[in-house]
Write a protein that binds this ligand. Structure first.
Ligand code: ADE
Ligand code: ZN
Ligand code: ZN
Length: 283
């Protein structure tokens, strides 16, 4: 651009400020509608898991939880691990929400993230929470992460495939609106029911005593295996226009996973914080 052209534009700032302003508004609007990538069960799903866990923890566990994070706390902290995604000082935590293994691959031979992953984080934070000598602030952080990650471990796409970023890159429509498969499983299938977290928790919280015993004896690896086994169901997409039929067929799976996660979170916290705390079951 020549000097005279520059001078020519320099005196027309007001006319240019309108489109710049519009671009700004459009950018903000776009950010608001775009999915944020590696979210987790949406807020409702994580709160359902925490509310169900509150029903099953032993009184001593509930007291230990309250000492670390205050009253009414499991539900309150369940979404904290997603909220800190906007804090750059927590960037290192992003890979801890999921574990990706290629289709047909095995966890034992797959290349795992050297920045940590969901299964590694469950082990690591369990060890911190269990350690009564550890710094209380670190134990509090460990508890916050665990409440959240037990939920994530039950969202099948958080044990997914790197190639499509756990379904984030699989474009679908949900009742006509463009979205992606990951968001359908994090939020859409849950929010579609139009229940509060406490209503949904109450509705699904009916495990048998055998289920409670069975589920609480399972390992982190079992949770992963179950999530992986559900992926065929998750990817059963037809023409990718998802609506009533998909919701009808998949909602029972979501509810089952949320219930398992809640019951298992209670069992895990009892082990880590209860009398004579013991390590979670291992393979
Ligand atoms: N980003 C990459 N893989 C992911 C997954 N499985 N879940 C959520 N976010 C991801
Ligand atoms: Zn998460
Ligand atoms: Zn997610």
């Amino acid at each position: 651009m020549s000097g005279s052209a520059l001078r020519g534009t320099a005196f027309r700032p007001i006319r240019r400020s309108v489109p710049v302003c519009l671009i700004g508004i459009a950018a903000v609007a776009l950010l608001l509608v775009l999915p944020s990538g590696a979210a987790a069960w949406g807020a409702t799903g994580h709160r359902v898991v925490a509310r169900i866990a509150e029903h099953y923890v032993a009184p001593q566990t509930a007291r230990a939880v309250e000492e670390l994070i205050g009253p009414d706390s499991l539900v309150r902290v369940a979404t904290w691990a997603d909220e800190i995604k906007s804090d750059p000082s927590w960037n290192r935590a992003s890979p801890w929400h999921y574990v990706n293994v290629p289709p047909g691959g095995s966890l034992d031979t797959a290349e795992r993230s050297d920045r940590g992953d969901l299964l590694e984080a469950l082990e690591r934070f369990s060890a911190v929470l269990r350690d009564r000598q550890a710094d209380p602030a670190e134990r509090e952080t460990a508890l916050r992460f665990l409440v959240h990650f037990v939920g994530d471990a039950h969202q099948p796409l958080h044990s997914g495939y790197a190639a499509d970023r756990g379904g984030n890159d699989v474009l679908v429509t949900w009742f006509g609106d463009p979205t992606n498969l990951h968001t359908v499983w994090d939020s859409k299938l849950i929010d579609h029911q139009d229940l509060s977290f406490s209503e949904m928790a109450e509705l699904i919280d009916h495990p048998t005593p055998e289920q409670i015993a069975d589920w609480q004896a399972s390992t982190f690896r079992d949770w992963y295996d179950e999530s992986r086994a559900l992926l065929d169901d998750v990817y059963d997409l037809g023409d990718r226009r998802l609506g009533w039929d998909y919701a009808y067929r998949k909602t029972p799976i979501v509810e089952h996973r949320l219930l398992q996660a809640g019951v298992r979170l209670a069992g895990l916290l009892d082990r880590l914080l209860g009398p004579g705390s013991i390590a979670p079951p291992s393979n």
